[in-house]
Design a binder for this molecule. Structure first.
Ligand code: COI
Length: 354
């Protein structure tokens, strides 16, 4: 399938209103968006146009039964001003895995990638040049039928918009693990990017916030002791000489930054172990002084160091002034993204409009 994308450009760019040194995450949108409609079993009307609201019927099934999926990606630029995408094909693959799980149609890889390449190329002047800042790319799909009744929709909308963003976390994060709330169970939708996963996380996240914690560190839904992930990130523990991250058991989001971090760490000779790890093992490692670093990985966060973990009455504080492992991963990803680190992995793809 080769898609024709119709492009209508804005006559009123808002670019000169943006202060790239002060961009709150998720609030500043660029001038254009991509949209395509799935009607009669086919993707059609692929177009880029000035960013605007979309008319949605109150009976839209996405609002009632939750057929809504998304991706988070980033574009950066090199010194020459070229827009660079990070592992875009992996995001396309994961998007379609999310679509399958929620009984939504695939977005063909060339449609997904052409939409992103063309939109990012058009908006590349919006990519902040500062290291750690980027253009966040948000592809998403929602059902578009208006019918009351639980069944898959027949029509869908696939859209992409982009935002210049600064760092998601400006300082090391504090995590709280609850014995009583769970994010996902094996067999559910936890390993894909279903919008509802994030809705379900909000109430426990608010409880953690009330106690001064930034995010929930989720424990598994059966034993309530094995660590899964953090609200917006996968998680890694440096214990002695090992780097341990929970294995992808079907309930944990298949993070692309997680995968990148594992490959970077292994390429530098680190011993990375993917296995179930319980909160009790973390407490024990902390008590014995073997818990050296904890960090999260995600597209928005990139790599975020963890300062504190709370579980019941136990509070574990980490020394975030000496975090060589997570700093190396973060610097490598940021360096790959602005081409100051050689891309031996083949992850960086220049954005080219079609
Ligand atoms: C991302 O890291 O891209 C996410 O989707 C997490 C969050 C911003 C929802």
């Amino acid at each position: 399938m080769s898609v024709q994308i119709k492009i209508t450009k804005t006559t009123h760019s808002k670019l000169n209103e943006v202060d790239f040194n002060n961009i709150p995450f998720g609030k500043t949108f660029t001038d254009h968006m991509f949209e395509a409609d799935y009607i009669n079993g086919e993707w059609q009307n692929a177009q880029i146009k000035p960013l605007t609201e979309i008319p949605v019927h109150p009976g839209n099934m996405a609002w009632h039964y939750g057929q809504a999926i998304f991706e988070g990606m980033k574009a950066t630029r090199d010194e020459a001003g070229n827009a660079l995408l990070f592992r875009p094909k992996e995001h396309s693959i994961r998007f379609n895995k999310s679509a399958e799980r929620l009984s939504m149609p695939h977005v063909p890889e060339d449609l997904f990638l052409d939409a992103i390449h063309t939109l990012v190329d058009l908006e590349k002047a919006w990519i902040p040049p500062q290291t750690g800042s980027a253009m966040y790319i948000r592809p998403f799909m929602i059902s578009f039928d208006h019918t009351i009744g639980v069944k898959p929709s027949d029509t869908y909308k696939f859209m992409v918009f982009v935002l210049p963003v600064g760092p998601y976390y400006s300082q090391p994060v504090k995590l709280m693990a609850f014995p009583e709330y769970v994010r996902a169970v094996v067999g559910g939708v936890g390993e894909v990017k279903a919008a509802g996963n994030y809705a379900a996380s909000l109430f426990p996240a608010a409880m953690a916030k009330k106690e001064g914690y930034d995010q929930v560190m989720w424990l598994d839904g059966i034993h309530h002791k094995f660590i899964q992930e953090v609200g917006t990130m996968n998680i890694f523990f440096v214990i002695g000489d090992d780097i341990i991250t929970p294995n992808l058991d079907g309930a944990i989001l298949k993070g692309i930054t997680r995968d990148s971090a594992i490959k970077i760490l292994k390429s530098k000779g680190h011993n990375v172990i993917e296995k179930p790890i319980s909160i009790d093992e973390i407490i024990e490692a902390s008590n014995s002084g073997r818990l050296k670093e904890v960090f999260g990985t995600g597209t928005a966060a990139v790599v975020a160091q963890v300062a504190t973990i709370k579980y019941n009455d136990v509070i574990m504080n980490l020394d975030t002034s000496h975090v060589p492992v997570s700093t190396m991963v973060k610097d490598t990803i940021n360096g790959l993204r602005n081409r100051t680190v050689e891309d031996t992995f083949g992850w960086i793809v220049p954005a080219k409009g079609v």
